[in-house]
Design a protein around this ligand. Structure first.
Ligand code: PPS
Length: 326
């Protein structure tokens, strides 16, 4: 393990370390099912989803204190579903008048996308603020603050094929795990994934919550798939721009801008920038951890046919007749 990895391992453990819990959070935890987290500490099942202790506290604080605005835009994902990519795209879209996507001064060239779009449930440390406000969150729909649910804000949900999400998460967990705990085996991680016991899991219920909202309220919730976005980023950028209220014109020049944003936010471009190869977030997480392969179908290189079949069966059963498929 390299020195930089060691730094991250201790920092993520520190990040999830519980400082002080409110009375409300302590009481709540005593009534919730609790399991060991593969990464660090405990997970608690709150409203059907699993959260580390510290994140549960930040969720409660956010539910109690956050005040949404009708003009807000929320980018929602399960971790390892394309959060970094969606943040980059939305930031570049919303701010394209102020920051020309071709400019050598574009913030995405000097900052990791996570610094440009703050997380709703974590302390905000964004370096450039947008109008309208852009937030990202991993919260399931059921746990969003009431002020967000009641507002006229826009919600963009990006999901990813659960098999690729699992593989991405497996690599990520092993990078962040404390060295003295040893690596997590694929089998161990797979077992937790199938049971839905991991940070913000289970994936099927997370996706279904937003899928149903997107059907009931398409003006408010846009449902996107990573796998389809990889096939045609340009069309997804246009769709996203229409939805969040900053559409492109039909003029020829707008096609160039779409291509420029697509290229600016592409995996190859972002992952090779100095800031993303060597930089760190204020939390201590190193930026290169957000970039691995960025491909569709990498699960084929990791899962046995039996594992793939088992997951397919669970997904089919969980998604049922909802109309959502992977
Ligand atoms: N620009 C761009 N385009 C396409 N794919 C990208 C991009 N940036 C990151 N990635 C890939 O997304 C995976 C990480 O997911 P997240 O960004 O959701 O991670 S996190 O939750 O913010 O930690 C992780 O997927 P895997 O490569 O399969 O592990 C990243 O490589």
């Amino acid at each position: 393990m390299e020195k930089s990895d060691l730094t991250v391992v201790s920092d993520i453990a520190q990040f999830l370390e519980v400082e002080e819990l409110s009375e409300e959070c302590r009481e709540l935890i005593s009534s919730l099912p609790t399991e060991k987290c593969l990464l660090f500490g405990n997970l608690h099942q709150y409203r059907g989803f699993w959260h580390p202790t510290k994140i549960l506290q930040t969720i409660l604080t956010c539910q109690n204190q956050f005040e949404a605005r009708d003009s807000d835009i929320y980018l929602v994902t399960l971790p390892k579903s394309g959060t970094t990519w969606l943040k980059a795209m939305a930031f570049a879209l919303v701010n394209r008048t102020q920051y020309d996507p071709k400019s050598t001064q574009h913030p995405l060239l000097s900052y990791n996308p996570h610094q440009l779009v703050p997380f709703l449930e974590f302390p905000h440390n964004d370096v450039v603020s947008s109008t309208p406000r852009l937030f990202s969150t991993h919260l399931p729909f059921v746990s969003l603050p009431e002020s967000v649910k009641k507002s006229g804000s826009k919600i963009v949900y990006l999901c990813r094929n659960p098999k690729d999400n699992f593989v991405s998460r497996f690599h990520w967990q092993n990078k962040l795990r404390r060295q003295e705990l040893g690596s997590i085996s694929l089998e161990e991680a797979f077992e937790s994934f199938c049971r839905g016991v991991y940070i913000y899991g289970p994936i099927w219920d997370h996706a279904l919550g937003y899928w149903k909202q997107s059907l009931e309220n398409p003006e408010r919730v846009l449902f996107l798939k990573y796998d389809e976005m990889k096939e045609d980023p340009g069309n997804h950028l246009r769709k996203l721009a229409d939805f969040i209220g900053c559409p492109f014109s039909k003029e020829k020049e707008s096609f160039n801008v779409v291509d420029q944003i697509s290229e600016l936010c592409s995996f190859d471009h972002l992952s090779n920038l100095e800031v993303n190869r060597t930089g760190k977030l204020p939390s201590g997480v190193i930026n290169s951890n957000f970039f691995r392969r960025g491909e569709v179908g990498d699960w084929k290189n990791h899962l046995t046919p039996q594992m793939a079949q088992k997951l397919d069966e669970i997904i089919k059963q969980k998604l049922g007749a909802s109309g959502l498929t992977f």
